[in-house]
Design a binder for this molecule. Sequence first.
Ligand code: SF4
Length: 409
Amino acid sequence: MQTFPALLADWPSERRSERARNATKDQVLAVLAKDVLEPIDFLTLLSDAASTLLEEIAQRAHRETIRYFGRAVNIFTPLYISDICTNQCRYCGFNAKNSLKRTHLSVDEAYAEAKALHDAGHRHVLLLTGDAPKISSPSYIAQVVRRIKPLFASIGIEVYSLSLEDYSLLVHAGVDNMTMFQETYDPTLYDWLHPAGPKKDYAYRLGAPERAGLAGMRSLGVGALLGLSPFEQDTFATGLHAWWLTRRFPGTDIGISIPRICPHEGSFDVKHAVDDSHFVQYITALRCFLPRSPITCSTRESPFMRNHLLPIGVTRVSAGVSTAVGGRSTENKSVTGQFEISDHRSLPEMVNDIAKLGYQAVIKDWEDPTETSCAAVWQSSQRDLRATWALRSARVLPHSALALPALAA
Ligand code: SF4
C-alpha cells in the first residue's frame, strides 16, 4: 500500500488550488450523484463552485449522517493534566515563550480531577498534556491512565507524537483512542510555525496516527488547525489523511476534528481565517466523502454553531470544558487556559440542548470487553443508562427540520 506521505505528494498544493478554482457546478452536482466519493470528488466539494451549492451538499451530508449515526451525539470532556511545554508553536497559549504559571498534576491530583468529572456524569475523557516528554513522560501518562481507568468507559489522549512502543504502553494501560493534530500539512509553513522544540519534526508527527494504529488503538483522529493555510489546502489534506487511514486500518474508527483557530495568550496573525460559510462547506464535504467517520466539534465554536452542525455531520462534542490544568477538585487553578472557549455548557446543559434539537446524547458507547464480565457489563450499562436519563431533564422534541446556521458572507 502507498504510504501517506507518498499519497500526499501526489496532491501538490498547485493541483489542489487548480481544482478548487476551476471545478464547475456541473462537476459538483456529478459528485453529489455518486455513491462513493474519491479524493478528487472531495476536493471538488471544497471548490469555489461548490460554495454556491451549499444547500445541496448539506442535504446529502444530512442524509449520510442519519444513515450512519442516526441521531446519536457522543459527548466527551477534556482533562488537561500538564501545561508544561517545550515547544514554541506560534499560535498556542501554552507556547514555552509565554510567561504563565505552569501546572503539572501528580497522579493523585489527576485522579482527583478525574473523579470530579466522573461525579459530574462524564464517562468518556480525553487526556491532554503539553510536549515535555521528560516531565509528562509516556510512563507518567500511563500511570494516570491506570489510576483513572475505573472511572471511565473510554480514555483518549491528545498528547505529543509518540513511538510505536509508547503508544503500545498506553494501549495496555487503558487508552483506546488518540487524536493527533498535524496543524498544517504544508511542510514549509509547518517549519515556520514551529520554530523550536520536538514538535518541529513534521514527518514524525505525520506518522503518529499510523504508529498509534499499529499499536492497537480502537480509534484514531486527525485534524488541521483551520486558519493557517488557504481553505482548500489543509482541509483537503486532512480528509485525505483520514481516507488513507480508513484503508490502512479497516477495523478502526477514523475520526476528524475541525478546530478553527482561537485567540490565545500572546498574538498570532490569522492569515486565512475560515468564515462560517466555508466552515460548513468543509464539514458537509467531509461527511459526504467519509460518511462513517465521526466528526468532532470542540468548544472553540459557539453553542449556536455547534447546535446547527449536528444535522449536517458533527457527531461528537465536548461538554463541561476547561482548557486550564486543575481547578475542578481543588483551588489549584491555572490562571490561563490553552485557548479561549466559546461554549461553556455543562454536561447536563449539553444533554438537555441536544435533546431539544431532537438528538440523543450518548454519554457512553463503549466498554472494554477484556476488562469486565458480561454480568458486570450489564450492571454497568444499567447504571449508565440511569445516569443518562437523570441528566435528560427535558422532554425529547420531535426532529427539527434541517436548518443551516445563518452564514457569514
Ligand atoms: S500546541 Fe501543543 S505543543 Fe504547541 S505550544 Fe501548545 S501545548 Fe505546546
